[in-house]
Design a protein around this ligand. Structure first.
Ligand code: GDP
Ligand code: MG
Length: 453
């Protein structure tokens, strides 16, 4: 395999830049472009040691630098790796990379270091995917989730299910191969029980995958309510800027605005919408329809009511449309009145919060309610929560194959047919972990990486 090199730090000015070289000729390349003060050479240095010296090109000193040596297999990629840490200048780090390429290294593709780590058995595919999740994490919750993935939580959970399936397959094979021996016949009940246990485990994994999406992308929350209750004012309060137009003319917000909003450690993908009402205005009508659509898709509905007025027919209409949705009732304009929350609103919601969007009161209560609703359940990252669509797809395909196997067995099909379906389920799960996966999938995963990782 070729020896590759790339700048692994961001292409920006900084304290330090690192040029990473990996492959069987990594140390020879390093020795061409780095001269240590003590005369040490990379090829002779033990792993996990470093030495101070100069990066050089065509005999000229480019910079002072430190060379660190990692010997195969005890390195990130599993290959010999040399890392040159220089001053964090864009030009100087590029010059050192250029020198490495002139000395015989090839430019690394996006994610190629991690791809080699995967191919050399240093990590499973889910762990490799976690590397990018760690890099892109922007909250402590997201980081914890990514680290659990990196530590192999998903891999172990899926491997457990593969082992369960293999056990069932083993029993089937033993019975099919040696029917005349004393191997007990596959008991239909216990066989069905084993399969339904596997089925349940997969269903649970698929059902909890929403948690992973919510942690990574945030809770998608849509603000709905009739015109003039203060939706746009709430949207602006939450997003901390005047983006949505606030007026006392009903029907001002006609399209849907989206903003990524942080409320403490809660991330919201927040949508402001046109007020829900019957209208003859063509443009407003489109907005109202989009609002209804968003209401269907969102993880959370923030239903806003005007506390200074009674419930209108439109409010009642909205309440009806919320059945089965996770929703929080917001009783706005509490600065104008000192009434308690109307009971006919309260009983429709998991939680009702009195607020004044204009004065900014009630925010902490809202944050707490969302936190309780989405983050403090039974689900924790350590359980091994699927982290992306690819993983979810594999799990769904495996479930489908298991369900087909259950049905095939129930309807009295040959055990061979059942075996084929169980094999297929295993294939899908090994696709998920990367133990048996096509080049195409691997390609897809790693092209999402940055160069140098
Ligand atoms: P939307 O149509 O639901 O988006 O409502 P807007 O956000 O455009 O607000 C409609 C009117 O209500 C504006 O005049 C706002 O200033 C006013 N408003 C919004 N929130 C409050 C509040 O908490 N208290 C009071 N007193 N007025 C508010
Ligand atoms: Mg509005």
């Amino acid at each position: 395999m070729s020896t590759i090199a790339a700048i692994s730090t961001p292409h920006a000015e900084g304290g330090i830049a690192v040029i990473r070289i990996s492959g069987s000729r990594a140390f020879q390349v390093a020795d061409c472009i780095f001269k240590s003060v003590s005369g040490k050479r990379a090829v002779d240095m033990p792993g996990y040691t470093c030495t101070f010296g100069h990066a050089v090109k065509d005999g000229d000193i480019l910079d002072e630098a430190v060379l660190t040596v990692f010997r195969s297999p005890m390195s990130y990629t599993g290959e010999d790796v040399a890392e040159i840490s220089c001053h964090g200048g864009i030009f100087v780090s590029r010059e050192i990379l250029r020198a490495a390429l002139m000395a015989g290294a090839e430019p690394a593709q996006a994610g190629e270091f991690t791809r080699r780590a995967f191919q050399n058995g240093k990590m499973s595919l889910t762990q490799a995917e976690a590397v990018m999740d760690v890099i892109s994490a922007d909250s402590s919750r997201e980081l914890k989730f990514a680290i659990s993935l990196k530590e192999g939580a998903v891999f172990r959970r899926i491997r457990g299910i593969i082992d369960d399936i293999v056990k069932v397959l083993g029993a089937l094979a033993a019975w099919a191969d040696y029917p005349e021996d004393d191997i007990p016949e596959v008991e239909p009940e216990s066989f069905q029980l084993s399969l339904s246990t596997i089925q349940h485990k997969l269903v649970e994994i698929i059902n909890t995958s929403d948690y992973g999406r919510i942690i990574k992308d945030g809770v998608s929350a849509v603000i709905v309510g009739r015109p003039n209750v203060g939706k746009s004012t709430l949207f602006n309060l939450l997003s901390g800027c005047e983006r949505s137009i606030v007026t006392d003319i009903a029907g001002t917000t006609r399209d849907v605005l989206e903003e990524r909003v942080r409320l403490g450690d809660v991330t919201l993908r927040l949508w402001d919408t046109a007020g829900l009402r019957e209208t003859d205005d063509v443009i407003e009508k489109i907005g109202v329809n989009i609002a209804r659509e968003r209401l269907e898709q969102a993880d959370l509905v923030l239903a806003v009511f005007d506390g200074s007025e009674g419930l209108s027919a439109e409010d009642h209409e909205l309440l009806k449309g919320l059945a089965g949705k996770k929703a929080i009732g917001i009783i706005n304009k509490m600065d104008c009145i000192d009434k308690c929350i109307p009971e006919d609103i309260e009983r429709n919601f998991y939680k009702c919060i009195p607020m004044s969007a204009k004065q900014g009161t009630g925010l902490e209560e809202l944050r707490q309610a969302i936190e309780n609703m989405f983050y403090s359940g039974q689900v924790t990252p350590e359980m091994g929560i699927l982290a992306n669509e690819r993983q979810l797809d594999c799990a769904r395909n495996a479930l489908k194959a298991i369900e087909d196997a259950i049905n095939a067995h129930r309807s009295g099909e040959m055990l061979d047919a059942v075996t084929v379906l169980l094999d297929e389920a295993c294939e899908h799960l090994m696709n998920l972990t990367g133990e048996r996966v096509s080049e195409k999938v691997v390609e897809d995963v790693f092209t999402r990486f940055c160069v140098g990782k």
